[in-house]
Design a protein around this ligand. Structure first.
Ligand SMILES: N[C@@H](CCC(=O)NCCCC(=O)O)C(=O)O
Length: 259
């Protein structure tokens, strides 16, 4: 059976002096091996482009993490050095894609930078260098370790009873990884907080009254999606939602053909 396709907005990165449209392999691998869907990497353009043209051709949207941050102008703030580095091409492509996917009931999973984009796309704000705030832990990736060490499962988050995430991984405490300097400050009106860290940092949200799967997590379920149970459950749930959307699209097309 042809695997459904999910759009993954790219970063603009520089390697060997050239600009690349890039997504880390861990997201593509998790999409295929845990969600059972095929990732299509979406190039990033500063002027944005073709949001509906992209969404007409996919069955889901997976918004990845990145070392870059959403530009503060998107949430009414003035950029400072603490808010960078930026990737305005990614912002311009990803933010409208998130909004339209929700409007069109296309399943959406937003990870790390992705949950921050989801919050900003729906009208929320972000805080930078959260570890400098009183009582907030250091959520940044561990230094001087290999990538498995950077993405090590090391932090408790508490999933709220009755939440969308609780329906996937169960309510209560789960262990996750943590690699971020920013976090949700003001939660967007359409978002429900679904999980928090012990220091109160928002770790998961869902879109209130979303017509389809629309979840954001601050941690990185993609990295251990094949071996860590909560990570795998999140990607399998996303994959199931994408398959349901694809099946519905096919059924509608068949009905239209018979009409
Ligand atoms: N830049 C934001 C989002 C953090 C994020 O997506 N981290 C992924 C780590 C990617 C890497 O460094 O390899 C923030 O810092 O909050």
């Amino acid at each position: 059976m042809t695997k459904p396709i999910v759009a993954v907005p790219a970063d603009i990165r520089t390697f060997d002096g050239a600009s690349w449209h890039a997504v880390q392999h861990q997201y593509v691998r998790a999409a295929l091996n845990a969600a059972g869907v095929m990732a299509f990497i979406i190039p990033a353009f500063e002027e944005g482009y073709g949001t509906d043209a992209i969404l007409d051709r996919v069955d889901g949207v997976l918004v990845s993490g990145s070392a870059s941050n959403v530009h503060p102008s998107y949430y009414g703030a003035t950029a400072t050095d603490a808010d960078g580095p930026f990737d305005i091409a990614r912002d311009a492509t990803s933010l409208p894609l998130i909004r339209r996917a929700i409007d069109r009931a296309i399943p959406l999973l937003a990870i790390c930078r992705g949950i921050q984009e989801l919050n900003v796309a729906l009208g929320g704000t972000l805080a930078s260098e959260i570890q400098d705030q009183p009582g907030i832990w250091d959520h940044r990736k561990p230094a001087d370790v290999d990538r498995d060490g950077m993405y090590a499962i090391r932090q408790s988050v508490f999933v709220k009873e009755g939440s969308c995430i609780a329906g996937i991984v169960g309510p209560g405490e789960i262990k996750v990884n943590s690699l971020h300097r920013q976090a949700i400050a003001e939660t967007a009106p359409r978002l429900k907080v679904e999980a928090v860290a012990e220091d109160g940092t928002i770790e998961a949200v869902s879109v209130i009254d979303a017509p389809a799967f629309a979840v954001g997590v601050q941690w990185h379920p993609e990295y251990w999606a094949e071996t860590d149970k909560p990570s795998n459950q999140i990607f399998r749930a996303f994959g199931d939602a994408v398959r349901a959307y694809a099946a519905g699209k096919l059924s509608n097309a068949e009905n239209e053909a018979l009409a």
